[in-house]
Design a protein around this ligand. Structure first.
Ligand code: G3I
Length: 321
């Protein structure tokens, strides 16, 4: 059978990729699969480029773990989607506990973004500059950035990233934006506002953490992602996984295969969708069971790195079979 990234390239996409995380790299069977660039032409660090990992103390930058992923990608001839610069989670406590003023937080934000993007300059295909700024009802999440700076923090972050690495594609990345609705409209408004202000934004990432049977149809994806590409930004599926209640039933396993196929076929169909990234590829390293207890089996390979029907669904969507 074919290989995912090779199939994606043959179909005109830039990549099929996966998230990974530093502790997983000690598993040699996993590492061999991850390093097969015919399967994964792109990797995303699951944790090691986040704020708490990169700047644990103010002005104290530690790039070692992020560098491991960047160097692995280079060695394997894989693109990296660098993830992420500004997010309300995985912030070090000094960020969440300081009594910021707009001026001091602007300076801290600029230092963080500028230093990290400069360090990885030339290495990142793209940066998830701002991650998950929105609530599901389309309002801005009232995190430390929004409560101090209002929505200006988004522009501040994108401007700093653009100045530090003009060649990296700059993305807004979120979940529950994969279908039309208040949150998707709000994400669209972020793109419009940045563009109106003359700020560089190149892409929007649709995380796509789905529950089996709830994956948007190809028509829905076209309608939704198409409103973004119409603004002149590219789009990507950035964190795909499709969870199900445990234990898996035959019906859910079959539905999951269909759902994976729907997502890859949707990206292929929409001009301007550049690639699909799964949020890790094997069930053993999935974030799902710890976050959604009672569910799992969300990935394309099982705990023993064997291809599941989901794998063949993803592949079928890329080969049009
Ligand atoms: O680093 C500590 C370690 O020191 C400690 O010993 C260990 C004990 O639990 O925890 C470690 O931190 C964990 C961290 O991953 C690094 O492994 C956190 O508990 C754990 O909550 C954290 O989970 C990550 C999660 O983001 C945090 O929200 C997942 O691995 C990561 O896959 C997940 O990724 C996010 C994307 O960035 C954004 N979109 C949603 C996606 C899934 O939640």
């Amino acid at each position: 059978y074919g290989q995912l990234h090779t199939a994606a390239k043959n179909a005109g996409l830039l990549f099929f990729g996966t998230a990974t995380d530093n502790p997983e790299l000690t598993d040699s069977a996993y590492l061999a699969k991850l390093s097969d660039s015919t399967q994964f032409g792109q990797i995303t660090p699951g944790n090691s480029m986040k704020w708490d990992a990169i700047e644990p103390g103010p002005g104290n930058f530690t790039f070692a773990a992020g560098d491991v992923i960047a160097n692995l990608a280079k060695k394997n001839n894989q693109l990296i989607r660098c993830h992420n610069l500004v997010w309300h989670q995985q912030l070090p406590s000094w960020v969440t506990s300081t009594a910021w003023t707009p001026a001091t937080l602007t300076a801290a934000l600029q230092l963080h973004v500028t230093t990290e993007v400069t360090h990885y300059k030339g290495q990142c295909y793209s940066w998830d500059v701002v991650n998950e700024a929105l609530n599901d009802n389309g309002t801005f999440r009232n995190d430390i950035f929004f409560s101090t700076l209002g929505e200006d923090y988004i522009k501040i972050a994108f401007d700093a990233a653009a100045a530090a690495d003009p060649d990296a594609k700059l993305y807004y990345n979120d979940f529950n934006t994969e279908f039309p609705g208040a949150k998707s409209t709000a994400a669209l408004n972020i793109v419009k506002a940045l563009k109106a202000a003359g700020t560089k934004i190149d892409g929007v990432g649709f995380q796509s953490h789905f529950l089996v049977g709830s994956t948007p149809s190809i028509a829905t994806q076209m309608k939704n992602m198409g409103t973004f590409t119409a603004l002149g930004v590219e789009v990507a599926v950035t964190e795909l996984d499709i969870r199900m209640p445990l234990p898996p039933t035959q019906a859910n396993v079959a539905q999951q295969q269909t759902d994976y196929q729907t997502v890859t076929a949707g990206c292929l169909t929409l001009k301007g969708c550049i690639g699909v990234t799964v949020w890790d590829f094997d069930d053993a390293f999935s974030w799902v069971p710890s976050t959604f207890p009672g569910t799992g089996s969300a990935c394309i390979l099982d705990d023993n790195l064997n291809e599941k029907p989901a794998y063949f669904g993803a592949l079928a969507g890329l080969t049009g079979t």
